[in-house]
Structures are given as structure tokens and as C-alpha cells.
Design a protein around this ligand. Structure first.
Ligand SMILES: Cc1cc2nc3c(=O)[nH]c(=O)nc-3n(C[C@H](O)[C@H](O)[C@H](O)COP(=O)(O)O)c2cc1C
Length: 143
């Protein structure tokens, strides 16, 4: 059984809901999934010891939230190369954050990324719940 870590930032709870559903999808596939807030990560080493790391942030003013930016700098020291990765986030209209996180994980950390970032307005709208669970399943297929 492989172990995945999902770390999210959120202001009003939408990105947390998506993170929970991704964790469900990973667990349905028979793997372990731990869900932590971005503020629970104090140093790069906290991201070590997992087979997959999935990071989520909403988009505010065209950007990911500051806590996730800080985490990405810490993650440089987490030896994530080759590990399975994914990125997600809730958004209102432009949704840049998941793409920026995904590109950093791919190009800087050299992670083994799933096909695309998951961008959802809400876990409760337009099949969002299934899309988030399926993202967890897609991650599991690479484990
Ligand atoms: C002040 C403010 C600025 C926002 N800026 C953006 C933005 O630039 N692009 C976008 O797609 N959504 C934007 N949003 C919408 C949020 O991303 C959206 O409400 C999202 O669901 C919040 O996720 P959270 O509950 O995880 O914090 C903004 C919302 C607020 C209140």
C-alpha cells in the first residue's frame, strides 16, 4: 500500500473539500491518503516519506495564496524527484493557482505528474465531486 500526502490552502473551505474528495478517491483505490493544511507543514522534511504529494490552492487576485508559495520554496528541499504529483484548487473565473503549482512540481521538483491540474469552481457543482474522486483514482494508478 502506497501513501499519499495532500496539502491544501483555503480561505472559505472549497479547496479543502476538493482535497478531501481526492483523498477519498485514493483510499477507494486501496492506498493511504493523509490530508494536511498548508500551515501544518513547517519545513521541507515534513513532505518526505510519501509516495505521492498533491498540492492545492485557490486563486485570489490571479495567484495562489501566500502559504502555498512559501510551501513551494520549502519543498525544494524535500527530494520529491520522481514521486507522483498532482495539483488542484477551487476558483471563480480565471483559476491560475493549480496551473502554477503543477508547473513548479513538474519543472523544478521533477515530479512524475498526472496528466493535468484539477481546477474546480466547487466540489458541489457540475459533477465536481466525481471529478475530484477520479483525480484521486488517477493519482493511484501511478502509484
Ligand atoms: C477578493 C477575491 C479575489 C478573487 N480572485 C480570484 C481570481 O483572481 N481568479 C479566480 O479564478 N477566482 C478568484 N476568486 C474566487 C475564489 O477563487 C473562489 O471563491 C474559490 O472558491 C475560493 O476557494 P477557497 O474556499 O478554497 O478559498 C476571488 C475571490 C475573492 C473573494
Amino acid at each position: 500500500m502506497a501513501k499519499a500526502l495532500i496539502v491544501y490552502a483555503t480561505r472559505t473551505g472549497e479547496t479543502e473539500k476538493i482535497g478531501n474528495l481526492i483523498a477519498e478517491g485514493i483510499r477507494f483505490s486501496g492506498h493511504e491518503a493523509e490530508l494536511l493544511k498548508v500551515t501544518d507543514i513547517k519545513k521541507g522534511e515534513d513532505l518526505k516519506g510519501y509516495d505521492a504529494v498533491i498540492l492545492g490552492s485557490p486563486t485570489y487576485h490571479g495567484e495562489m495564496v501566500q502559504g502555498m508559495k512559501t510551501l513551494l520554496f520549502m519543498a525544494e528541499k524535500a527530494e520529491l524527484e520522481g514521486k507522483v504529483g498532482g495539483a488542484f484548487g477551487s476558483f471563480g473565473w480565471s483559476g491560475e493557482a493549480p496551473d502554477r503549482i503543477f508547473e513548479t512540481m513538474k519543472n523544478i521538483f521533477k515530479m512524475n505528474m498526472v496528466s493535468i491540474p484539477l481546477r474546480l469552481k466547487s466540489a458541489n457543482l457540475g459533477g465536481g465531486m466525481k471529478m475530484a474522486q477520479d483525480y484521486g483514482r488517477e493519482i493511484s494508478e501511478k502509484l
